[in-house]
Write a protein that binds this ligand. Structure first.
Ligand code: ADP
Ligand code: ZN
Ligand code: ZN
Length: 712
């Protein structure tokens, strides 16, 4: 007697939001079983989501048979299937796509025999290294400060989710580690997930977690999950987490979709970081899924940051007595550990400097003094390369990319013009391609030029040991090679570099010990950006960069560390709040603006993006989608009666701010609603219409929906 099995498979992108495909099998299979099934001409892996009596099918329905079951693997937990289903619906993708992309690619190619071998190896490894761990061993742990102890206590006893609002260096990581320890002690099978935004930050966290937790639970209990692993490593981590052997999972955003059947704690460090949002395929927010998963798995959730996202800040706003409690509990740790005070903020008014000034004299003097005193300096500029634009003074030619609506950047190191969007690279021309003039000029500067200019400006400067000042640079160019970043960071840690020039890469998470001064050279762009989240990002970046300074106790109140900002708008409220290290004041001001304009978190947004060879074609598709959307809305019960701003708004299609990349034109359309539920309802109804419309708009190459977009 055959049964009907519904299976999630990875169907080609945009073949619809359709759920599972139906197959037949000789017997029922548990939800979450991995199977191989025929799909068209090929065979593919799928996940069982339900088993039914085949008798319910219409007479004569032909079903294909399941080709095989992946033996030896415990089925994925039903809650995992629920998580996938939620993520797929919320982010408007097919559940099959989300499910399969959450599995390690190497798993898809294994047969049962190969899988059995992997599992045996994993198990053997576990038993051999188990004597490494011992219940008696306890790593040295610092005594918690009063603030840490109180935060820990609150997290242990209240339900959460928690927003751990702690200054840089307030000891948040220590609190996470204590929570992990407490959990693992209480519960013999419990698993904890620790997430960091960027793969660059995983080695440090790994080192710290191993040092603390491996002596007690063994190193096999700790695994990492991020895109830098080989397929074999990723498979191993995944199997280890799925089998319950891994108790502590460290990872980047992808880890939130891993199978962790005993998950009891989720930590999202630097929860405000945009890297938690996936930027292709299912554009999920790992932070938001963490909160959902925490509820589903009854796991404690800790979101940590010194500069929380305005969404999380708003959700943790303490309620007035009698009101319903906020979504998150806010737990504050305002003080830094030890003597290290937060840096003093100095603003240099660039209006008062000679035109074209790169480093103001006062800043240079301050930098010199730090270096002479044996301290380190960080110089932050968010633009890599030598100069962002090359131009001709005679005819006005500029180094535009032939394929993108962007300029190609001059890289002096290999004398190339490179497009940072499509990669188009050529040797820098000797003569102007427009008029042949030999005199090409540069507009603006990048990190590469800064490094060179600093070397000139600081010639003769020496360190306390009499050696010449050493200047280093860290950005995406300097760290292209595998291991380069670790090596360069090690040099900074070892004190081989006195002044480090870099992009935002140097601002994040690194525990530099001797930094006395951090300088941000050109932050003004974000103040007037068309992206309403730009100020929030800038504030977080500057606070985080400033947080690199003054971690060493030697930098005390007599010689406080400093954060310098060179700006044409020194009185801007953002810098006023920065000066006081007053995130709450900054958040208040931003949230007021957002509330007035009806922007997130006071509304929910989605974007539809479309790409075509012609801008008009991309927009035509979007505008047709808009029209169809308006029609849907007018059929939505009660929608017509809503006042202005109360209902859902479909905006007209516009070119994206980077309009053309690699000869493809890009357009987008914004959808906004004060109610998330209304937006979700609408998107679910609208999506099939979009698929249908796409058939009539052949020139459209790609389109996608981005729910809760990070940048507009
Ligand atoms: P955050 O994650 O908030 O930036 P960390 O947890 O990294 O802060 O702590 C900053 C520094 O202070 C680290 O070097 C850490 O080892 C140290 N530290 C944390 N908690 C304590 C404590 N209770 N006593 C002494 N040192 C601590
Ligand atoms: Zn010219
Ligand atoms: Zn290009």
């Amino acid at each position: 007697m055959a049964v009907l099995i519904s299976v999630l498979v990875q169907t080609p992108a945009h073949s619809g939001l359709g759920g599972a495909l139906h197959y037949e099998h000789t017997q029922g299979l548990p939800v979450g079983t991995l199977v191989r099934v025929p799909l068209g001409q090929r065979e593919t892996m799928g996940v069982v989501v339900s088993t039914e009596d085949a008798g319910s099918l219409p007479e004569g329905t032909q079903l294909r048979a399941i080709a095989g079951v992946l033996e030896g693997l415990t089925p994925l937990h039903e809650r995992w299937v629920t998580l996938i289903d939620f993520a797929a619906h919320y982010y408007q993708r097919s559940p099959g796509e989300v499910a399969l992309s959450a599995l390690p690619p190497a798993l898809r190619d294994l047969d049962s025999t190969q899988l059995a071998r992997r599992l045996n190896k994993l198990h053997a490894h576990a038993t051999s290294s188990v004597d490494e761990a011992s219940p008696q061993t306890t790593a040295v742990r610092p005594e918690l400060t009063a603030e840490q102890a109180q935060a820990f206590e609150q997290i242990q006893t209240e339900p959460g989710p928690f927003l751990l609002f702690g200054s840089t260096g307030s000891g948040k990581t220590e609190v996470y580690l204590r929570c992990v320890e407490a959990l693992l002690e209480q519960d013999d099978s419990a698993q904890a997930l620790l997430m960091v935004p960027e793969i660059n930050l995983t080695p440090q966290l790994e080192a710290r977690v191993h040092e603390r937790l491996a002596p007690r639970w063994g190193s096999q209990a700790i695994v990492s999950m991020h895109s830098g692993l080989t397929p074999a490593q990723r498979l191993r981590s995944w199997l280890s987490a799925h089998s319950g052997q891994a108790r502590i999972i460290l990872g980047t955003r992808m880890a939130i979709l891993a199978s962790m059947p005993h998950l009891k704690l989720i930590v999202v460090d630097e929860e405000h970081d945009p890297s938690y949002k996936q930027q292709e395929g299912a554009r999920y927010s790992a932070r938001d899924l963490a909160v959902y998963r925490g509820r589903l798995d009854q796991a404690r959730v800790i979101l940590g940051s010194a500069t929380p996202s305005l969404e999380s800040w708003q959700h943790s706003e303490p309620a007035a007595p009698g009101d319903k409690p906020p979504r998150y509990r806010r737990v504050a740790m305002p003080s830094r550990i030890g003597q290290g005070a937060l840096p003093q903020v100095r603003r240099v008014d660039m209006n008062l400097q000679p035109r074209q000034t790169v480093f103001s004299g006062v800043l240079l003097d301050a930098m010199r003094e730090r270096v002479r005193g044996g301290e380190q300096v960080l110089v932050l500029l968010n633009r890599r390369g030598y100069s962002p634009v090359l131009h001709c003074r005679s005819c006005g030619w500029k180094s535009e990319c032939a394929h993108c609506s962007a300029f190609r950047v001059f890289h002096k190191v290999d004398r190339t013009l490179r497009c940072h969007h499509c990669g188009l690279t050529d040797r820098v021309p000797r003569h102007c391609p427009g008029c042949g003039d030999a005199d090409l000029g540069m507009l603006g500067r990048g990190t590469e030029m800064l490094e060179e200019q600093l070397a000139e400006l600081l010639t003769g400067l020496t360190r306390p040991d009499g050696q010449a000042v050493r200047i280093g640079r860290i950005d995406a160019d300097s760290t292209r090679l595998q291991g380069a970043l670790e090596q360069q960071l090690a040099q900074v840690h070892a004190g081989d570099v006195d002044i480090l020039v870099g992009t935002q890469m140097i601002a994040k998470g690194h525990d530099f010990r001797r930094v006395g001064l951090v300088a941000a050279l050109d932050p003004d762009g974000a103040l007037f950006s068309s992206d309403f989240r730009a100020p929030e990002r800038l504030f977080a970046l500057l606070m985080q960069a400033g947080g690199r300074a003054g971690r060493d106790a030697a930098l005390t109140r007599e010689n406080p560390s400093e954060l310098w900002v060179q700006t044409f708008h020194p009185q801007h409220p953002l810098f006023e709040a920065l000066r006081e290290h007053d995130y709450p004041a900054f958040a208040r001001q931003q949230l007021e603006e957002r509330a007035q304009a009806g922007m997130p978190p006071f509304s929910a947004q989605a974007l539809v993006r479309a790409e075509a060879r012609q801008q008009e074609a991309a927009q035509a598709f979007l505008n047709a989608a808009r029209e169809a959307g308006e029609a849907l809305l007018s059929d939505m019960p009660g929608h017509a009666d809503l006042g202005p701003g109360e209902g859902l708004t479909l905006f007209a299609a516009v070119p994206m701010s980077l309009q053309r990349v690699a000869n493809v034109e890009r357009a987008q359309m914004l959808i906004e609603s004060p109610s998330r539920a209304m937006l979700q309802r609408f998107l679910t109804q609208w999506h099939p219409v979009l698929h249908h419309l796409r058939q009539q708009h052949r020139p459209v190459i790609r389109w996608a929906v981005d729910v809760d977009p990070q940048s507009i």
